[in-house]
Design a protein around this ligand. Structure first.
Ligand SMILES: [Zn+2]
Length: 633
């Protein structure tokens, strides 16, 4: 009796939990993906958690779905944590709805995944629109025989380290060897006056001659980089330095296939499958303008059918699955360039650009342009994704908001997706942001928010009891503008009112405490998969090619010490290059973070101290940010 009773009780508890989760899944789909579910039965179900982005492959999901009836189509969009299934009849989809909802399946890496199904009227899936390979790109399948592949792989002596002929390095995400010329990751260039003795390995010679004769390549390369990628390894998105190498760059994939992502500066991404024993040839636009990189992950999204071997991955969403990565070794051959590059892409050409990455703006107009290009446009583009990865409010900000007296009027300047607007229901909170898309998300969530610039907030002076500015002010390009932003915040405060300001700190670790932002990177497999598939690779800025205006890759920072916050005095920054923030988690774009507060939270005060009408109540380091609470006198 007792036992029964208890299990009944448990059951209803589980059921309640399940219902809550299902409703949550429905909301998430609507809010972040714009997918509308319906409460009546249709032939089509959206399967939340049953997606490639969640580590669920077609081979795992399809048999489960088939148990409930005849599956007409299973659409698995790349990198998404959901999929769509269409059954032949509504009866069958109803059966699936009832029997699979809340059921667990085991994902590709053994993780348990609970499915949540909801009916939809139609399949909503935004085609990327770009169905062609980048211009100038070619993938030649089966360019060498399995015997040659074996021979090439066996010829590499990884245990020897630096040999007479080669320079070997262990990079963060892969092993490399260089022949012909050493590639310097600090400069993304080779020392043209210092060729390595011995040239390219002899074994490559006949192969290269053959490719020349058969017309796959036009120039004989004189530099070889061998990379070895284990599953989970990758290479950051980059463009090979124009001035370093000639037009034609070729890469032979050995040992295993891999997906390489090509990105255009307009945001288009084309994932390209490089099968084992294939040759990738990059010329023209694909070599000069598009970045290429390999996302560090253990599975790739690939076409399921055998007919799609090389080429674009997302050409058929109804045919996607996951493929486990193996150890891939690539032979990348390049020809060192002896004269400056005169390509047709001056914006990304180091030979044709005198000043490399953006310099510190000298006028307000320049500053505005810079912010427009590197901050506002980026946020506008990433709004949806940005929002879907930023749910969790930071505790100390919550604490600040909860401590305010009930009835307080509070402005959140740069409110993003509004994650702080609903924290304390006793407050009257209003948010603003430069990004229309983020403000739209706030409004969907029934928050008061409007679009405006943080330098000119259309709110009456002294009308707020408190203000918060979370991770906003560091986006302004000059010290003057940051001061104006703080001053504007203070203007809104009534005397005695408090402001909480967070600015992103360059060092994401302080007193040995990693920010949650960084720790958040170490996620469960499924989630990490989803995130890293979008992100350009983190953590190794030295390998980046600075490419202005080109999203998806990061710039190295030549002189970081120049960016210490210096109050209003920015004159000494002239001619300095600006660091561009590489994404730490899920952005696929770079954000401009032009200041650096070195090691000492007191420096956060400098900007604030230029204002006479405030007192600083508290400064601290939290979540990778320097923080200050100030009070208007
Ligand atoms: Zn060029």
């Amino acid at each position: 009796m007792d036992g029964n009773h208890q299990s009944d009780h448990k059951h209803s508890k589980t059921e309640k939990k399940f219902l809550r989760k299902q409703i949550k899944a429905r909301h998430t789909l609507l809010r972040h993906e714009g997918i509308e579910t319906v409460s009546y039965a249709t032939q089509i179900l959206v399967v939340a958690n049953g997606g490639l982005g969640n580590g669920v492959s077609r081979n795992q999901l399809l048999p489960v779905l088939k148990k409930c009836g005849l599956v007409d189509a299973l659409l698995m969009p790349p990198n998404k944590p959901y999929s769509f299934v269409r059954y032949k009849t509504t009866e069958e989809s109803k059966k699936a709805y009832i029997s699979l909802n809340g059921k667990g399946i085991v994902g590709d890496v053994g993780q348990k995944i609970i499915l949540y199904l909801n009916f939809v009227e139609k399949v909503q899936w935004k085609e990327s629109g770009h169905q062609a390979l980048p211009p100038g790109l070619m993938v030649v399948e089966e360019i060498i025989s399995p015997e040659d592949e074996k021979m090439l792989l066996e010829s590499i002596n990884w245990t020897e380290g630096n040999g007479k002929q080669n320079i070997q390095k262990s990079l963060k995400h892969r092993r490399v060897k260089h022949f012909g010329y050493e590639f310097h990751y600090e400069t993304n260039n080779v020392d043209k006056n210092k060729p390595l003795p011995g040239g390219l390995p002899e074994i490559c010679d006949s192969i290269l001659e053959k490719w020349l004769k058969e017309g796959y390549i036009k120039h004989k390369p004189d530099q070889l980089t061998i990379n070895q990628y284990e599953p989970g390894h990758g290479i950051p998105a980059h463009i090979d330095t124009h001035s370093a190498f000639e037009d034609e760059i070729i890469s032979l994939s050995l040992g295993a296939e891999i997906v390489m992502d090509f990105k255009h500066s307009d945001g288009v991404t084309v994932p390209v499958m490089l099968p084992r024993r294939s040759l990738l040839v990059m010329t023209g636009e694909s070599r000069y303008l598009w970045t290429h990189g390999i996302t560090p992950r253990k599975f790739d999204t690939v076409q399921a059918s055998e007919s799609h071997k090389s080429g674009i991955i997302i050409s058929d969403v109804g045919d996607l699955t996951l493929s486990k990565r193996g150890i891939r070794t690539s032979f990348t051959f390049r020809k060192v360039r002896q004269t400056p590059c005169n390509c047709n892409y001056p914006l990304v050409c180091d030979s044709q650009r005198k000043e490399a990455p953006p310099s510190v703006p000298e006028s307000d107009r320049e500053a505005t342009q810079l912010e427009q290009e590197y901050v506002h446009r980026v946020y506008e583009e990433i709004a949806g994704h940005f929002s879907s990865t930023r749910h969790t409010p930071w505790p100390r900000i919550v604490e600040f908001l909860k401590a305010l007296p009930s009835g307080s009027v509070v402005a959140d300047i740069g409110c993003g997706n509004g994650k702080y607007l609903g924290i304390n229901k006793e407050l009257h909170m209003i948010g603003c942001d430069r990004s229309q898309n983020l403000v739209a998300i706030c409004r969907e969530r029934q928050y008061q928010a409007f679009v405006c610039d943080a330098l000119a907030v259309p709110i009456r002076s002294e009308s707020c009891d408190a203000c918060i500015s979370i991770a906003v002010i560091h986006h302004f390009a000059t010290a003057e503008r940051r001061v104006v932003a703080v001053r504007e915040l203070v203007r809104l405060l009534r005397p005695g009112g408090k402001a909480l300001i967070y600015v992103w700190a360059m060092e994401q670790e302080y007193n040995k405490q990693k920010s949650k932002y960084l720790r958040g990177n170490r996620n469960s497999q499924g989630r990490k998969e989803e995130i890293s598939s979008d992100a350009s690779v983190q953590e190794s800025p030295v390998e980046q090619t600075p490419d202005v205006g080109n999203q998806g890759s990061a710039c190295s920072v030549p002189s970081i010490s120049d960016f210490q916050e210096g109050g209003c005095n920015s004159s000494k920054f002239t001619n300095s290059k600006l660091p561009i923030h590489t994404n730490r988690t899920s952005f696929h774009s770079d954000l401009l973070v032009p200041w650096h507060l070195k090691g000492n939270p007191a420096k956060t005060n400098l900007t604030c101290q230029t204002l006479s009408n405030v007192s600083i109540l508290q400064t601290y380091y939290d979540q990778g940010n320097w923080c200050v609470i100030l009070q208007k006198l």
